[in-house]
Design a protein around this ligand. Structure first.
Ligand code: GLC
Ligand code: CA
Length: 542
């Protein structure tokens, strides 16, 4: 059996609003992405996950869709989109689009109808409930703060919104909703998209009356039906965003026998610096032993019944180099260390725009500088609950989504080469020293490390298919693992910190076959190995 293309590919996420502005209005757009395809081809990626480009009033920057089959005015036209798909394809890059079907915008035609009254044929496209004792039906909370129920004066009922009140949840109990979504998916498949990244897909099986949101009982039935009715007939990839997934849950989605999705994003590793049972703003220090355990568990647990996605960053997360690395004196080393550590693992790696040049978080001092609805709502909620302004700004600087959404830093010209106008969100002031142009010119840059890692995956089946094994016998701060395939063994080592670390594993011997390294290391002697701050490498043992 031939293995699917998405097992050897690396995916690059584009957040269109911040990638490249082509017409000087301060907002990234489709023609801007087309202009930068050659750059992405140089990097070597095989697919772009494109965050939403559909018509949207932008309450949540495109994740609130008012027309799934049309393009947001600021981003361009449907013919720009067709051209993007075609031009990318010429460069062996597939366009994977964002499928946001847990909810629509409240400005979507279905909701405009639905809200007209209880007898409207679209009423049941959404989740409407009567008040209970004059109040919201229950205490379900919105992920963007406050109640998940919004009262509608006109009909005297509440509708459900797990995100903002401008993002009403679709009612997946209604088969008509399935058919509408399938038709829309087939429209895009016929255009030649390379697949779907499925936004909060684990929520579509919800039973709001029982306060069940994630992993509802019919979730997998819905996905199997969707697979049959749409992408199952195409050679595409699908990746579900599933916040609560355990390995057992991930197998339900991605076991090929079950015909659901290619893979899911799991968030267990990325939630390790969050206090148990609290929300994302309540931080605790990262424990490296925990990180090793969690990532290793995912590396081995899926076996042949699933496939991993590998990522540190996306448009919802702070930049890894600022979060768990060191974005000051060891920025380059720590950015490459995280790249090597992840890209030598088993699964499909995802790179978020700017990660490949080591872009950093962008701290703010005042809520006026924030665009993201999640941070703004949290700010007001926590202020009302007695938190200090300073505390809240600190948590926004640590975890806020705008950290990853500042414009792409292309060169040293004004606005980092992103736009000729003032951008919709401030450019990180560090762009004169962190930008694509300088990275391309320097053979030792972070960019060239990523490029090498992508190439290694294409050329070496061991990277794609090799078994994974964690090596325990090392200092806590050192992440050391083996990959084994046929008669080959590779070792991958990463020092996740600024202190030098000593590793003594004489049984591993000595090797001069260094495959990739962030300290131009020529040889590794495991009997007495001193790892430099944030050093990482992969080396051939056998
Ligand atoms: C997903 C998206 C996020 C969005 C939310 C609601 O988590 O990644 O950006 O705000 O869903 O659509
Ligand atoms: Ca523009």
């Amino acid at each position: 059996m031939q293995e699917p293309w998405w097992k050897t590919t690396v995916v690059y996420q584009v957040y269109p609003r911040s990638f490249q502005d082509s017409n000087g209005d301060g907002i990234g757009d489709l023609r801007g992405i087309i202009q930068r395809l050659d750059y992405l081809q140089t990097l070597g990626i095989g697919a772009i996950w494109l965050s939403p480009v559909y018509k949207s009033p932008n309450d949540d920057n495109g994740y609130d869709i008012s027309d799934y089959q049309d393009i947001m005015d600021e981003f361009g036209t449907m013919s720009d989109m067709d051209e993007l798909i075609g031009e990318a394809y010429k460069r062996n890059i597939r366009i994977v689009i964002d499928l946001v079907v847990n909810h629509t915008s409240d400005e979507h035609a279905w909701f405009i109808e639905s809200r007209k009254g209880k007898d409207n044929p679209y009423r049941d496209y959404y989740i409407w409930r009567d008040p209970v004792d004059g109040e919201a039906p229950n205490d379900l909370r919105s992920i963007f703060s406050g109640s998940a129920w919004q009262y509608d004066e006109h009909s005297g009922q509440y509708y459900l919104h797990l995100f903002s009140k401008k993002q009403p949840d679709l009612n997946w109990e209604n088969p008509k909703v399935h058919h509408e979504v399938w038709d829309m998916m087939n429209f895009w498949l016929e255009k030649g998209v390379g697949g779907f990244r499925m936004d909060v897909i684990d929520l579509i099986g919800k039973i709001p009356d029982e306060k069940v949101t994630g992993n509802g009982p019919k979730l997998h039935e819905y996905l199997q039906q969707m697979n049959k009715a749409t992408f199952g007939r195409y050679d595409v990839m699908t990746v579900g965003e599933t916040w609560g997934a355990t390995p057992d849950i991930a197998k339900l989605y991605s076991d090929p026998k079950r015909q659901e999705l290619s893979m899911v994003f799991q968030f267990e590793h990325i939630s390790l610096d969050q206090q148990e049972g609290k929300d994302k703003w309540d931080l605790k220090p990262l424990s490296i032993p925990e990180l090793k355990l969690v990532l290793s568990k995912w590396q081995t647990a899926l076996g042949n019944e699933g496939w991993n996605s590998l990522f540190w960053n996306n448009h919802d997360l702070p930049r890894i180099v600022s979060r768990w690395g060191n974005d000051k004196e060891y920025r380059t080393q720590s950015a490459k260390m995280f790249a090597i550590l992840l890209h030598m693992m088993k699964g499909t790696p995802y790179i978020y725009q700017g990660e490949e040049i080591g872009m950093t978080n962008c701290p703010i001092t005042d809520i006026n500088e924030v665009n993201d609805i999640e941070s703004i709502n949290m700010y007001h909620e926590r202020l009302a609950n007695g938190y200090s302004k300073e505390e809240i700004i600190n948590s926004i600087n640590a975890k806020g989504r705008d950290n990853a959404r500042t414009p792409m830093q292309w060169d040293r010209s004004g606005q980092a080469g992103f736009s000729t106008a003032t951008p919709w969100l401030h450019v990180n002031p560090n762009y004169p020293s962190i930008n694509v142009a300088d990275n391309l010119a320097d053979p030792n840059s972070i960019f060239h490390c990523y490029r090498r890692l992508i190439e290694l995956r294409k050329q070496n089946p061991i990277v794609v298919y090799g078994d994974y094994e964690l090596v325990d016998d090392v200092p806590e701060q050192v992440f050391l693992y083996l990959r084994k395939h046929e008669d080959q063994v590779w070792a991958v080592a990463a020092n996740i910190g600024a202190e030098r670390m000593l590793v003594q594993l004489p049984a591993f011997g000595k090797s001069a076959d260094v495959i990739v390294s962030n300290y131009s290391r020529a040889e590794v002697d495991f009997s007495n190995l001193e790892l430099q701050p944030y050093e990482a490498f992969a080396v051939k043992l056998i």
